[in-house]
Design a protein around this ligand. Sequence first.
Ligand code: NAD
Length: 528
Amino acid sequence: MTTRADSMQTTGPATVQTELPTADALRERARAALRAVGAHAELDAPGRPGLPSGSPITGDVLFTVPETSATQAEAAIAAASEAFTTWRVTPAPVRGALVARLGELLTEHNADVADLVTIEAGKITSEALGEVQEMIDICQFAVGLSRQLYGRTIASERPGHRLMETWHPLGVVGVITAFNFPVAVWAWNTAVALVCGDTVVWKPSELTPLTALACQALLERAAADVGAPREVGRLLQGGREIGEALVDDPRIALVSATGSVRMGQQVGPRVAQRFGKVLLELGGNNAAVVTPSADLDLAVRGIVFAAAGTAGQRCTSLRRVIAHRSVADTLVDRITTAYRSLPVGDPSAESTLVGPLIHARSYRDMVGALEQARSDGGEIIGGERVSPGPEYDESAYYVTPAVVRMPAQTAIVHAETFAPILYVLTYDSLDEAIAMNNAVPQGLSSAIFTTDMREAERFMAADGSDCGIANVNIGTSGAEIGGAFGGEKQTGGGRESGSDSWKAYMRRATNTVNYSSDLPLAQGVQFG
Ligand code: NAD
């Protein structure tokens, strides 16, 4: 790999990497990964008409990717609708064979897909590989599910009657995904939707078109290998406008959209207007309560990974620590000490733990949030930009993660800033801590660090955390696929991935069967 040896300026509390790959080296890596997975995309030079495909590692535009036109989007939706008519009657375990093959191909090409995730989303290699592993895991889950799409039999109130529920494929699922999980969220939706008998049209983030091309190529290879229709999965490349083609099209039975609250506020009402179904996975503002009995070694490790990992760009990133007054000073000291040893820089370098922010807007949002926090009385440690060299000063955005001690939860603490800012607040009673945890408009993930079983149980009880995820003694990020993933309030209420999330991808029919020769009416109604 060609590297650039400009040294970064160390201005914040972190160890800073000193080398970045060149844009040409990134282009070569991306081309090699696409070739390996069998993606035959026509990648044009930067600046041509189409979708610019860049990398936050250097901030360069690497290629121009063909953008889907409105006519092509219409054709893709029509093809997926047509494929649905045969796919829905294909036995579910046969549908599972397609997903099993996809899982095998992802296992074979995990390093190729992960490298594209690193190049486009800026994730460190270990996290990028973890994201691909999540795809493989959900494929395995979905294959098992393909033999377990169970309905219930319900006791009928009428003699000689049987009541049951059957689950049927829903239709075409439109999947809209965010830049920060460019492949896993597609797989969560696609693997489950395919075994449920649905077909999928995917609109990935406009910031990650290459990872999308790779996934689409692997799905098409899997379909060819098992003899499934190629059209069960279609790909649309572009921004908001092309996403709107899915939102407004009545042939899209379910729109599963992952992204900001702002996006959900636009998508939700439009799909509801046409009585389509939505599954919304939106922003979070996740907190960890640290109690006096907490194992602080464990808490610090959990907090640092959740807050600084992925450069604070996970929906489940830890944004608030709510520490008991008796442990707050020690905790802040230990977090800032740990932050000082976090290597920031090229996400593909083995020693790096914190990669770049995705783009300039992200950096501006971080600076704006820190300025606001300071004027609200916050004391800031870290949160500085580190430069990889003068030629990157306008293009690549590397920052040291910030810890901000806040006197109170002001409006800026209630907002999701998609960057590594950790607000630290103090509490005196557990009731107060739970109220602070729940005081934000979002409701995705939460955690408590405690060795007191009463506190742990209370945090997970009905009057505890109001989030979709409430953890004990682990951080807020890094969910396993076996559980249902999602959150409440402005996070959108959707659930996807494991458990019984599959039900969102199917329609339910209630069947009453009369096997008697009488016709008793329900509720004892008499009619002639
Ligand atoms: P974003 O909202 O800018 O974009 C997400 C996707 O929505 C993109 O594909 C975009 O093109 C599309 N989009 C935007 N407006 C649209 C519209 N009106 N109609 C149709 N499509 C539209 O989000 P982002 O910056 O890519 O990702 C970061 C955000 O996503 C954060 O808020 C993060 O918390 C959230 N997120 C949530 C989850 C979750 O599971 N809850 C997971 C990952 C990211």
